[in-house]
Design a protein around this ligand. Structure first.
Ligand code: SAM
Length: 281
């Protein structure tokens, strides 16, 4: 590529199905002098497969600043660089943002290519209302911080997108039910674009059992799409259950938490309703 067009190309790569590399991405990978890759051993066969002879330089979460210096040097020499990660779109729960920021600050062109991203692929086939959605990436791996992160999301009225690894999928199913209630709808997308691609649509009350019923269901890579919280006002059913729990003498916070777990109504709205009920308003 000529010096005039030296740029950093941000190139999404397939999640599993090699046919998902776009023609434009293939073209760029064949033309650039360098490819900055999350894992050079992983990307080398992919580049060979698509006929790219680009040289590789590592760019992962532990060397992104040093990699940025190398990329800037290549761009300054008039050579174009493509940025790739192991699968999907760079900078989405993956390295890339720091490198892009450095390259932009140095005044070089950045050209993003559209392409595979597990969150968007799952969302497109979830069948969940998605006029608004929130990408949450990976939850914290430790139970306490994970519960805290989920508590902060419990009342968000938008579809929530989570990434998850196989060894944590069951724990996450349990944590989601505890935080969002039994009745919240969830769509699990597994092994997207691969041989064992699977979607499962259920409520959070049923997700753990579905996963435990067949260990094959716990294999592979996962995206979870959880429907947004129901409207902020505690609905009739929420308030009915809440008043029963309060009448049994449960404290406000416990009654609100249980009413949310049983009905799926917003915990914040239930808590306000409980305070109102107790004060006799
Ligand atoms: N940058 C990638 C993207 O654009 O989607 C995401 C990389 S992140 C390190 C890896 C996570 O993405 C996996 O743990 C899983 O949650 C999700 N993921 C990647 N490939 C997937 C696939 N084929 N099916 C389902 N989820 C996938």
């Amino acid at each position: 590529m000529s010096q005039e067009f030296a740029a950093l190309y941000v190139v999404p790569t397939p999640l599993g199905h090699l046919g998902d590399l776009s023609l434009r991405a293939m073209d760029i990978l064949r033309q650039v002098a360098w490819v900055a890759a999350e894992d050079t051993r992983h990307s080398a066969p992919l580049l060979r497969h698509f006929g790219s002879n680009a040289r590789l330089l590592p760019c992962h979460q532990h060397n992104e600043e040093a990699a940025a210096q190398q990329v800037l040097a290549r761009l300054a020499a008039g050579e174009s660089v493509a940025l790739v990660v192991d699968a999907g779109t760079p900078a989405v729960s993956d390295p890339g943002a720091a490198l892009v920021a450095r390259v932009r600050a140095a005044g070089f062109r950045i050209v993003p290519l559209p392409g595979p991203c597990a969150a968007v692929v799952a969302l497109s086939a979830a069948g969940i209302e998605t006029s608004h959605f929130l990408f949450c990436g990976f939850l914290p791996s430790k139970a306490g911080p994970r519960a805290q992160a989920l508590a902060e999301l419990a009342d968000v009225p938008y579809a929530l997108i989570f990434y998850e690894a196989p060894h944590r999928i069951v724990d996450t199913a349990v944590a989601l039910r505890a935080a969002f209630g039994e009745r919240r709808r969830v769509v699990l997308a597994r092994e997207l674009t691969k041989l064992y691609e699977e979607f499962h649509d259920c409520v959070l009350a049923d997700l753990e059992q579905w996963l435990l019923a067949d260990t094959d269901r716990q294999r592979g890579e996962f995206v979870l799409i959880v429907a947004g919280a129901p409207p902020a006002a505690a609905d009739g059913e929420g308030e009915r259950v809440l008043s029963l729990l309060l009448a049994e003498g449960l404290p406000v916070s416990q009654a609100s938490r249980l009413a949310q777990a049983i009905t799926g109504a917003s915990r914040k709205a239930l808590y306000s309703a409980a305070l109102r009920m107790q004060s006799g308003d």
